[in-house]
Design a protein around this ligand. Structure first.
Ligand SMILES: C[S@@+](CC[C@H](N)C(=O)[O-])C[C@H]1O[C@@H](n2cnc3c(N)ncnc32)[C@H](O)[C@@H]1O
Length: 244
């Protein structure tokens, strides 16, 4: 981890939490850290770097999509929305990642409980939430987003909370042509392997007895569980399978 002086305290706390080395300084030499993943904290927030690729959680670039007029055209919102959206129904995002789907769902009116089990991805997401909480256009949305840094399968099996909707977006199977995958996902795939516990995830989601389970899949991908969805909403490359 590298850090400018202004961010030393926060960087130090995070390095302790993740049990990784802290490197203070303004620049990173590529050759010195060639085989490493680096978390960098600077005035743009926290970023993960490797092999010339960078990812960070960033909700500020999503403002156009979060506009109420655009939101109802989002396939995910169409798939997840309930007839009665009054009183902010609870949606559990069991595979939160960098929270881009979660923030769409929070903007649509859900209270979103996000589970992320990878500590580095969770740190990037937490940083995006903290920065959004200081943005007047985003604060009212991120106030409805709660991050739990835990495996959602264990949490949902305990069933000591309720959910109106559960959303699942586990990592898709790796594509053979890596050029087809955005750089962001190439880096994420170095941290998180494709999901092999689809059925377990769906069964855990059922423990919460939600009104609906929504599952994001590649358009031609297999169903995540043996149970056929009640209906699917299809786009050009992905589809949302809905179990009610
Ligand atoms: C494809 S990404 C999700 C992307 C997310 N929908 C977004 O909009 O950014 C899958 C994420 O789910 C997380 N994940 C997978 N299984 C999980 C589990 N059982 N509990 C918590 N997180 C999980 C992975 O660590 C990864 O960050």
């Amino acid at each position: 981890m590298t850090a400018t002086a202004a961010y030393m305290d926060r960087a130090g706390l995070l390095a302790d939490e993740l049990n990784i080395d802290l490197v203070a300084g303004e620049t990173i030499s590529d050759s010195e850290y060639a085989d490493c993943m680096i978390l960098r904290m600077d005035n743009e927030g926290l970023a993960l770097l490797r092999d010339g690729m960078t990812i960070r959680g960033d909700f500020s670039q999503m403002k156009k999509r979060l506009n109420p007029a655009n939101l109802n055209h989002e396939m995910l919102v169409k798939a997840a929305k309930l007839k009665d959206m009054s009183n902010n129904p609870v949606l559990v995002d069991a595979t939160a990642g960098l929270g881009e789907d979660s923030i769409l769902l929070a903007a649509a009116g859900f209270h979103v409980k996000m589970f992320e089990r990878d500590c580095i991805i969770a740190a990037l997401l937490q940083d995006a939430l903290d920065r959004a909480a200081e943005d007047a256009q985003l604060i009212s949305i991120v106030e409805r987003m709660e991050l739990v840094k835990e495996d959602s399968i264990a949490a949902m099996n305990r069933a000591d909370f309720t959910a109106d909707v559960v959303y699942l977006d586990p990592m898709f199977p790796a594509r053979s042509k890596s050029g087809l995958i955005k750089k962001k996902f190439q880096l994420l795939q170095q941290i998180e392997s494709p999901c092999e516990e689809g059925e377990i995830l769906v069964n855990a989601a059922r423990q919460l007895k939600p009104k609906k389970i929504v599952i994001k899949r590649p358009l031609k991908g297999e169903y995540l569980s043996a149970v056929k969805p009640n209906y699917s909403i299809e786009g050009r490359a992905i589809r949302y399978d809905c179990l009610i």
